[in-house]
Design a binder for this molecule. Sequence first.
Ligand SMILES: Nc1nc2c(c(=O)[nH]1)N[C@@H](CN(C=O)c1ccc(C(=O)N[C@@H](CCC(=O)O)C(=O)O)cc1)CN2
Ligand SMILES: NCC(=O)N[C@@H]1O[C@H](COP(=O)([O-])[O-])[C@@H](O)[C@H]1O
Length: 207
Amino acid sequence: MSTAKTPVAILLSGRGSNATALITAAQDPDFPARICLVLSNNPDAPGLDMARAAGLPTLAIDHRSFGKDRAAHERAIHAALEDSGAQAVCLAGYMRLLTPYLTTAWAGRMLNIHPSLLPSFPGLHTHERALAAGVRLHGCTVHLVTEGMDEGPILGQAAVPVLPGDTPDLLAARVLQQEHGLYPLALRHFLTQNPATAPNGAALVVA
Ligand SMILES: Nc1nc2c(c(=O)[nH]1)N[C@@H](CN(C=O)c1ccc(C(=O)N[C@@H](CCC(=O)O)C(=O)O)cc1)CN2
Ligand SMILES: NCC(=O)N[C@@H]1O[C@H](COP(=O)([O-])[O-])[C@@H](O)[C@H]1O
């Protein structure tokens, strides 16, 4: 018997390799999610082309069309998420800081993948900073999104060694490989261990 599937929307800004990992995982009848929308703030994001080719609904809502009005941009995103029937959201290389408008509306049901072992190296340029700090272990984190940047509760992590001669690009590639395994795993666990996201549309009770 195939598993009930929670409708999940993906937000991305660029390449979309984490989105591809989630979309591929969701094609498994036993995976507890179906991708109901792929949305980007960047109309030229390669990740949008990938999602279209996968036959998924896509949408571009360009933040530049809203000037400095982040709230207006987020109201448009929220309306699109509601229209898609999404019950949860995965940020996958979404490069805009969200305001309390979206983080509150989706509290407890918006996930993000970050390329470091949080709480180390929140924000940008994580691989350069890890090398500069001389850490021996690095990695990636899936966490719930809160108002604070990369501060939300951690749902899963994967670690990689930092090797002699590593460059930011070499380290990023080693971490990215782990990201593609971690994100589907963390989403599956989140949806199956968290009855609050039951796919039957029941009111979401966020503990
Ligand atoms: N309120 C939150 N918003 C976001 C979170 C979060 O945890 N809380 N996670 C991020 C993802 N992210 C790191 O994982 C991140 C994304 C973007 C930025 C940033 O400084 N963006 C700049 C613009 C940069 C650009 O357009 O290239 C900005 O928004 O002004 C930092 C961290 C997603 N959002
Ligand atoms: N701060 C957020 C952030 O840095 N996210 C990172 O951007 C990359 C997106 O790649 P992708 O578009 O191929 O999934 C990934 O490495 C992801 O962890």
